[in-house]
Design a binder for this molecule. Sequence first.
Ligand code: ATP
Length: 309
Amino acid sequence: MAEPILPGPPTVHVRAPAKINLTLRVGPARRDGFHPLATVYQAVSLYEELTATLAEPGVFELVTTGEGSETLPTDDQNLALRAARKLATDAGLIDQVGVSMMIKKSIPVAAGLAGGSADAAAALLACATLWDLELGPQALQPMAARLGSDVPFALIGGTAVGSGRGESVVPALGRGHYYWALAFADRGLSTPAVYNRYDELGPTPPVPFEVPAELMNALRSGDAEQLGRHLINDLEAPAIDLMPELKELLQVGRDLGAIGAVISGSGPTCAFLAGDERSAIDLTVGLSASGLCRSTRYVGGPVPGARLI
Ligand code: ATP
């Protein structure tokens, strides 16, 4: 007689998107060294996939595969494990719950696309579900903010305005779907190193320190051409100073017909806005052929934040 198939331990699957910054305005460093930000995030269709399985109480483990995973810590330095443990601690369940997680990474590491934050957001949502905590993406926001500045946005996704260190997020009114070509570099840029160079270069804080009204209007009307003209990133100069080839890459993308080009976050990923899907695909091909980047990817946005699949 065939052996009965026993159900395995409960498992959930979550995916969480990368972000790009349509605006990144950086204010002067505060006394604690952090720079206040005025940013507009957009979540795009490049996803981390996390599988979480119930484990013995006190067991918190993680395996990562895919893009850049060999460079990542698998101990508590990894944001996903830190998120799981923090959720358990805050819920008063640290000795009563456990989780075994597997992350399939597609977002390059240290690329300005907040891959680590996407993993943390995915871990929060997966563990909250697995442990029956009845906490959805909104209720997880305060804990997400304590884990890292980009984690709250990774939970809500869409298009949102971020302030503070980026952790205070408010969904932006907007319409339209945008087509992007992303160009990945063959190495990462450390976020603290880019901010240090920003300070060394003697930043002139933007006046007024806010998201350009033209960009918000473009989002409200779904006008891709206008959006493309108003993409802005105050970290572009220090990122280019640390990786000069990015300047040429941005120009090549514009010459290939991009209607906007910007470095995402602290770089080095460059995001090129296209007028339609076909043009975005053509852009990825042209950028690949330029030899100025490691690889390219066509994505769309906005997409939702971390979700169960
Ligand atoms: P930031 O959020 O600092 O702007 P980023 O978006 O450029 O960073 P990430 O891929 O999030 O880049 O990684 C930043 C750093 O976080 C890396 O040095 C990496 O070692 C560390 N890190 C910790 N956990 C993870 C994770 N799960 N995935 C990626 N990086 C992680």
